[in-house]
Design a binder for this molecule. Structure first.
Ligand SMILES: N[C@@H](CCC(=O)N[C@@H](CS)C(=O)NCC(=O)O)C(=O)O
Length: 284
């Protein structure tokens, strides 16, 4: 994970913001994860929408905050955090009431959240194919600005190139069946484990809700609306998911705008007709 010290932030005005601010976007999964956390903890915060669909993450203003062009970003009285799981750990230290990490579990939680973060590209494969129906390609102008932007942090500039490469390839060939299949294998590996655990406990880390549940809820939501057969292969995971999904703190953050719901219905029908649905590409 990479952090960005205040002196490397070019958009200086945010360093003067008072209180807790979150740069986020309604349909971004990592933003949803943090908003669910803030709902559960009843923390008041100020929202700054960064419209990914309109390329607002490739403006000089935003790249001057996070040169990786990614949300969410937390600004807390001038302290800046740019990774959603780091943000969760940071907030959990600051707001320890109703803890979402058990005592002595911090290191373990860090490891488990890292494993979740590793699959971010995989959930993106699923979302771009089945939720956004091949839409969401970046304009070549926006990508050029992003690619050529030089921050004061060469490590972040290097990491950014992974994003650039993804969107260049996505623009040319979309998400291939092979990419979907490989991502599904990884998700099934994790859900195999979770299914075992959830046969005799309520949540992923025991009988208390934890950060890990929040993190996996948003992936599970994306997979669920994309047609992943939870009920058939992972009935306990399915019950765990629906229990969270029925709670307003969770539901209201993932409930997509109507246009997205229509797009994914279209994607569902066309991929099913071409034998490219999730069910058709599941590992044997
Ligand atoms: N590892 C990062 C991943 C952040 C990420 O990929 N954010 C997505 C939204 S969920 C984003 O900003 N994408 C940029 C885009 O779609 O152009 C985190 O956990 O914060």
């Amino acid at each position: 994970m990479a952090t960005i010290p205040s002196e490397q932030i070019k958009t200086k005005e945010i360093l003067d913001w008072k209180g807790l601010h979150l740069l986020n976007f309604r349909t971004s999964s990592c933003s949803q994860k943090l908003r669910i956390y803030l709902n559960l903890k009843k923390i008041s915060w100020t929202s700054h929408s960064v419209n990914l669909a309109a390329g607002k993450n490739y403006t000089e203003w935003f790249l001057g905050i996070n040169p990786k062009g990614l949300i969410p970003v937390l600004v807390d009285d001038g302290h800046v955090e740019i990774e959603s799981n780091d943000i969760l750990m940071y907030l959990e230290k600051k707001y320890p009431q109703n803890p979402l990490i058990d005592e002595h579990e911090e290191e373990n939680m860090n490891t488990l959240l890292k494993d979740e973060d590793v699959l971010h590209e995989d959930i993106r494969n699923i979302a771009y194919r089945y939720m956004f129906g091949g839409l969401g390609k970046k304009s070549s102008k926006g990508l050029e600005v992003f690619k050529n932007y030089k921050s004061s942090n060469s490590e972040l500039d290097k990491l950014k190139m992974k994003e650039v490469e993804f969107y260049e390839t996505y623009g040319e060939e979309g998400i291939t069946d092979d990419a979907v299949k490989q991502s599904l294998v990884k998700f099934c590996e994790r859900y195999d484990k979770f299914e075992g655990r959830l046969t005799n406990q309520k949540y992923l880390m025991g009988d208390k809700l934890s950060l890990l549940d929040l993190a996996w809820f948003i992936y599970s939501y994306r997979l669920y609306v994309s047609g992943f057969p939870f009920r058939k292969f992972y009935p306990h995971v399915s019950n765990w998911f629906h229990n969270l999904y029925s709670q307003n703190e969770f539901y209201k953050e993932v409930n997509d705008p109507l246009i997205l719901k229509l797009i994914r219905q279209y994607a569902k029908i066309t991929t099913a007709l071409n034998a490219r649905s999730i069910k058709a590409l599941m590992p044997n």
